[in-house]
Design a protein around this ligand. Structure first.
Ligand SMILES: N[C@@H](CCC(=O)N[C@@H](CS)C(=O)NCC(=O)O)C(=O)O
Length: 204
């Protein structure tokens, strides 16, 4: 398998870290969707990251769809989702908040850094900012870390990974939001996750 995309993308990171946590061996090619256009188009004409090329040569797009494929491919024990329905629902809830934070943080970063200043869309930026603050409040309220240091089980699961990559993206790309609206609880959780070998190997 081959994973294509830069590690400054929270979506690429969640796939890379998950592949590692699930014990898959894979090749990783760091191509930028903005700076390596031709090479990226050759891999994926839609120029999206993450892109995963399966061993059979099929192109898979979208981190969530790629992860679904990986769960089907791996043995039951390596799943990063809980079997119990109540725990699974909790996990999906947390992942939903974390993915929304990723989407909104990427949008806000783009608004500030890619859009020409004269076309800056203040109402849109304000709306995103509010969504980010609400998402961070929700996450702070619902993240309850267990004795093992995780939110769902006694080992790292998909919810831990997606929450941690979202917080790291905010820390790196939206430092003011990180400083003012990411709680100490979430900062501590992020630091602990980022110290794990899976995360260290695929650092932002
Ligand atoms: N929902 C997608 C989002 C992926 C995404 O938007 N990736 C960005 C890089 S962080 C990208 O491909 N941007 C280029 C574009 O949208 O044209 C996922 O989970 O993979």
């Amino acid at each position: 398998m081959k994973l294509i995309g830069m590690l400054d993308s929270p979506y690429v990171r969640r796939v890379a870290i998950s592949l590692k946590a699930m014990g898959f061996s894979f090749e990783h090619q760091q191509l930028s969707v903005f700076n390596d256009i031709e090479k990226m188009q050759a891999v994926n004409p839609l120029m999206k990251a993450p892109s995963l090329i399966t061993d059979e040569g099929t192109l898979l797009i979208d981190s969530t769809l790629i992860l679904e494929y990986l769960y089907r491919k791996c043995s039951a024990d390596c799943s990063l989702f809980p079997k119990d329905l109540e725990q699974f629902t909790k996990s999906q809830y947390l992942i939903g908040i974390a993915l929304t934070l990723c989407d909104k943080a990427v949008q806000l970063f783009m608004e500030y850094n890619r859009r020409p200043p004269e076309k800056f869309y203040q109402e849109w930026a304000d709306r995103i900012d509010e969504q980010l603050q609400t998402g961070l409040e929700l996450l702070d309220h619902h993240v309850i870390v267990n004795d093992a240091g995780y939110v769902i089980a006694e080992r790292v699961m998909q919810a831990d990974i997606t929450i941690a990559v979202a917080i790291k993206y905010i820390e790196k790309k939206l430092p003011d939001l990180y400083k003012n609206h990411v709680s100490n609880k979430l900062k501590t959780f992020s630091t602990k996750m980022e110290a794990l070998p899976f995360f260290q190997e695929y650092m932002f």
